[in-house]
Design a protein around this ligand. Structure first.
Ligand SMILES: C[S@@+](CC[C@H](N)C(=O)[O-])C[C@H]1O[C@@H](n2cnc3c(N)ncnc32)[C@H](O)[C@@H]1O
Length: 174
């Protein structure tokens, strides 16, 4: 075996952990998320961001949520128990009750939907230290609501992926 191939082999007793496939949007989201957990990726979908949040901070509790039974089952199939990500089922922030999450990610949903999810669980939303938001559309609606509710709009990013511009926000409740 060549020296390069030996160098690529995982250390004995250590499972090989490949980085999840992430485009510019997900990579920018990961960078924007503070390393302060516990953290939940709400509406995690494919679960790649949750996986990388866990890999980046193995000591932190990381949750990935999905609303319906079907999407939650698919998420369980995609994220093995060995990933260390805890999968929760339920709408929006509701499955996070009592978990003491410091941060949440709400990404890939419309601005109206994100507003609806934050409004639906006001106490949970207010208990957060940070939220990383990436509206798929209607970002002006999301921004207007955050301002009206007194949220602090911290860092913003704009990321181009396959010719489409995505806006990302790191925000904190009033
Ligand atoms: C377009 S995907 C985005 C997946 C991932 N967050 C990303 O940014 O790539 C939207 C996901 O949000 C989930 N979702 C929609 N409404 C939800 C809700 N009320 N609570 C939890 N998940 C929800 C959907 O099932 C879907 O998996």
């Amino acid at each position: 075996m060549s020296p390069a191939a030996v160098a690529r082999r995982p250390a004995p007793g250590r499972p090989r952990r490949r980085m999840a496939r992430m485009g510019p949007r997900l990579r920018a989201l990961l960078e924007l998320c503070p390393r302060e957990g516990p953290v939940a990726d709400v509406g995690s979908g494919h679960g790649r961001l949750a996986l990388e949040l866990k890999r980046r901070s193995p000591e932190a509790d990381v949750y990935a949520t999905e609303e319906g039974t079907g999407p939650a089952r698919e998420l369980r199939r995609l994220l093995s128990p060995g990933s260390g990500v805890a999968i929760l089922e339920g709408p929006g922030l509701r499955p996070l009750a009592g978990l003491g999450c410091r941060g949440v990610v709400l990404a890939g949903m419309g601005g109206n939907t994100i507003v609806g999810l934050l409004r639906a669980e006001p106490e949970l939303a207010r208990s957060l230290a940070w939220a990383c938001l990436q509206p798929a559309q209607r970002e002006e609606r999301l921004e207007a609501w955050l301002r009206a509710e007194g949220w602090t709009l911290g860092q913003r990013r704009a990321v181009l992926e396959r010719g489409r511009l995505y806006r990302l926000y790191l925000v904190a409740p009033a």
